[in-house]
Design a protein around this ligand. Sequence first.
Ligand code: PEP
Ligand code: MG
Length: 322
Amino acid sequence: AAEETRPADVTAVSAPLITSTLVKVNVSLPEAAQRAAATGADGVGLLRIEHLILGMNKTPQWFITNQKEEEFISELYDGIKIILDAFPGKPVWVRTLDAPTDEFRNMEGGEDEPVEHNPMLGWRGIRRDLSTPGQFRLQIEAFKRLWKAGYENLGLMFPLVSHPREFIQAKSLLRDWGVDVDAVTLGIMVEVPSSAIMIDEFIKAGIKFASFGTNDLVQYTLAVDRNNEHVASMYEPTHPAVLKLIDYAIGRCRAAGVECSICGQAGSDPKMVSWLVEHGILSVSANIDAIAKIREAAARTEQRMILNMAYSKGSNEGERLF
Ligand code: PEP
Ligand code: MG
């Protein structure tokens, strides 16, 4: 009983975990769809399709060369559908293919992949899709069928975008292929510093959302290979330069009414999420196992912000609340 009558502690809020920040989940495998949905997440903030595609064990080009396009399209369709079905009415942002060339090497058709000195700075993400529209189109065909089947909650997210013209080109290809680009949700990953710096131009180009891919944003901002153990200690998601880019992009997105989110690993870190919520992020997407603690971090931060606002003497917000 003493517990129950203790005055509420501002820093330890035990209210129901309803947040105005949307807490979404990252999913890669259809097998994880049910577990992901059971978290009660507000949608899928990143559906990586690499696992579905690499799991086919043949490169997208192989399907084209061997006239097996239908096989590719229907496998992709089936895999994504399982995840969409687990999140009825909730937004699911599917990321278009983003695998570096070296990951295709051991598959059938992999011998045709270019050998790159530095695949992470090379032919991947939207770059690959724009320069091989045939491969891009295979994916878009699967998405078109999903939209046609009524999955209006399906949104597309383009990876490794570094210039607004890439978004414009992608949109124009989609239009050529019969997608009503104004009716569907198209957005970008902000994972190259240039896309954070040019966020206003992306907004003008019509993105509906932007999601921080901090795994890459950190490596490209700091010139620290995310997979190199010798520089691992320099890989700092909270480096002031990274935070400055994120803060800037959040501010611009908010001002324009564009949903900004995060889907990199930093979105599964409660401290980082607290910082992001304080800085105005509208949604976060975390790993399945991190959802509970992320929701809690967001709820506590929101509560703290409201109380700070309410008690800050002289502020209009405070006067309005009390
Ligand atoms: C990221 O870069 O933060 C991201 C989510 O994409 P990936 O880890 O697949 O590169
Ligand atoms: Mg990335």
